[in-house]
Write a protein that binds this ligand. Sequence first.
Ligand code: AMP
Ligand code: AMP
Length: 355
Amino acid sequence: MLSPRVAGQAAQQRPGEFYTIATLGSHSALQILKGARDEGFRTLAIANDDTANLYRSFAFVDEVIQIPKYEDFPQIMRDLEQRKLIIVPHGSFVAYLSLDEHKKMRTPYFGNKAVLDWEASRELQRQWLQRAGLKLPRQFKTGAEIDRPVIVKFYGAQGGKGYLFLKDAHDFEEKAALLARRNYILQEYIIGVPLYIHYFYSPLTGKLEIMSMDRRYETNVDSIGRIPAVAQSVMDVSPSYVVVGNSPVSLRESMLAEAYRMGEEVVRVSREICPPKGLFGAFCLETIITPEAEFYLMEISARIVAGTNLFIDGSPYSYLNYDEPMSTGRRIAREIKNALLSNSLELVLDDSGLN
Ligand code: AMP
Ligand code: AMP
């Protein structure tokens, strides 16, 4: 395989002529590939039978490889390894590939795969965020311990699908049959405003940026408030948390410093748990903010999240750092380009791709 250092030297002037940026056609692929094209790279979408025509319809997509379904992606890995390309992962890589398949990819990969283990395990993720000094919702080991409303999160659930709201221990008993023989965690239900903060950490400059923020629109939890409480009580309606879209948010400026600090702490601890590189590139802290203006951490996503799709043309925050539209997808391509130009591509790629 190509040595990124050698390729970096060759590509010093016009990196895009030498490298293709590739990703799975889903989630935030349009943003990633548009950003790659804006930074001068060639672009490749790996699409399935349903999505190939869509990706072909965009002028900034140079090439589409069509596979029957995304789960077939490992079968084309060998071919991709022969090419000068860099994979930029997003949520669909996590959704459609196993952890093992993900790690076995030998193609140059933007990001640090060592972080995947810490992200995939709810226990390790909790340790990581706790070590960073962030506030986490309480967790209960058994139903009998529940002393406040909880959310039941099943393992492997995607995008909040199947989560349950339980108001107390009695509610838990009633749902026992539903919960039997399944793996889940019982987490304190935090009432507040959900805020997803999108960050970018540059291993080249050592600087953290807040790129943008969103809140999700989830069905039906975000529409229950439209039904009068009296009617709800006779309807026996329970909340569900299936994400259907995202809306932009700008944070009260006095809370911005805390949002930035949380990002810094998460990056700092990531270097201790996944040395030496830790977490770099795009990531997202999924928070709920209480009336006391405290951020509770629900989760961390260690890569670009789909909420950044709101900001393909840049966000109010990215505008403060750049005088041009800077999406998270474009910021990733810019980092790869800067790495090529400074002959330090290895700093932005997973180490397992570097041989
Ligand atoms: P997809 O390829 O759209 O099925 O999405 C892959 C993963 O990303 C799933 O876990 C989705 O729940 C998540 N996802 C997709 N779109 C969004 C979105 N707009 N906001 C938050 N999560 C999303
Ligand atoms: P997650 O899978 O952690 O991204 O959660 C999906 C959705 O479930 C979030 O967007 C929230 O609406 C909701 N949620 C998750 N954890 C909590 C919590 N501890 N308290 C209240 N709502 C939560």
